[in-house]
Design a protein around this ligand. Sequence first.
Ligand code: COI
Length: 356
Amino acid sequence: MGTAPAKRLSEMGYDENKLGFGDIFTDHMLTIRYSATAGGWQAPEIRPFENIELHPAGMVLHYGQQVFEGLKAFAGQNGDGIFLFRPDMNIARFNRSCVRMCIPPLDPKVFMDQMSALIRKDGDWIPRSPGTSLYIRPTVIATDPHLGVRPSKTYLFYIILSPVGAYYPEGFEPVKIMVTDKYVRAAMGGVGEAKTAANYAASLLAAEEAHAAGFTQVLWLNAVDKSSIEEVGTMNIFFKINGEIVTPALGGTILPGVTRDSVVTLCKDMGMKVSERTVTIDEVVKAAESGGLEEVFGSGTAAVISPVSHFQYHGKDYMVGDGKTGATAHKLFDEITGMQVGKRPDKHGWVVNIGS
Ligand code: COI
C-alpha cells in the first residue's frame, strides 16, 4: 500500500477530504450465521456488500436483541501495512455485550482473522488523508421469526466497512454540550455498559432537543439522583480540574471505552495525575465558576478526542478554560492519531499490523 489516495475511493468519485461519517460502504462484507440446532456459529463468508433479508418478525426488529462495535483501520504512514488500534479490546467488549444480551459470543480468533481478511480485501478503500480512516462496524442481530419475548436461537453476525472523516461536523474544533437531568441513559443493572442499540435509541430524543438548542451532544447524569456525571452521547468524558485529569469511574452504567482506557494510560505516561472516580456536576460547575476547570474533552473511537468549549446546565452556560482546545486534548489527539498510523512510537503495543 502506498500513500496515494485510496484507489477505490477515487474510482468511485469520492473526495477523501469530504467523507463525513458513515454514509459510504465498501465492496464486501463478512457474514457468519448462528443456529443453535445446527451446531452454533457456521463458516464465515466474505461476500459482495448487499442488503440483508429479514423476516418481518425477525426478533431484532421487535425486541432489539443486538450488539455492535466500532473500530478503525488505518493505512500505515510508510506504506507498511494496515493498522488496527487495540482490536482485542473491541472483540472482548463485543463478547461481554453479547453475554449481557443473551447472544452467543464469537471465538475471538475467528473474529480477528475474518475481520482482518475482510479489511485486507477492501484495503483499496482505506483513505489516507489526515483525520480519515476505514471505520469497521461488527454487528450481531437476532434473526428468529418469532413474536414471543425470549432470546433468539438464530443470529447473523456481519461486519461492514465505511471510509470516514471526522465524526462531528466540528472536526477537532471544540463542541458545546448540554447536561440533561430530564432524561437518563442508563441505570445500574441495565444495559448501559453493553454496546447495544437500545442505549443509542434511548438517547435520541435528548440529543434532538440538545441539537435544537444549539448543542452537539448530551452529557448524561446518573439515573438515581442525577448528581454525578456518566458520559456523553457517543463518547466518554474527561475533565482537567486544577491540574488533575478526572473521568467517571466505570461501574456498570458507562461504556468502557477503548479510547477512554488509552487516554487514562497516556495521561499517566505524561506524568499527569489521573483519577477514575465519581465526578459530580456540582464539582464541575464550581470548578468552572472558580476558574479551575481547565479542560473538558470527550474520547471515543469515532470522535477520537473531542474538546468541549461550553456546557449548559439548568439553563446556564459555562465556558471551559478560555473556550479553546486545551493543551492536553491537543497532545492526546496528536499522540493517538500519530500512533494509529505509525507516525509515533507505540510503546504499549496497541497497534496491530494486519498486513495488506
Ligand atoms: C464509536 O465511537 O465507534 C461508536 O460506536 C460511537 C458511535 C458512532 C455510535
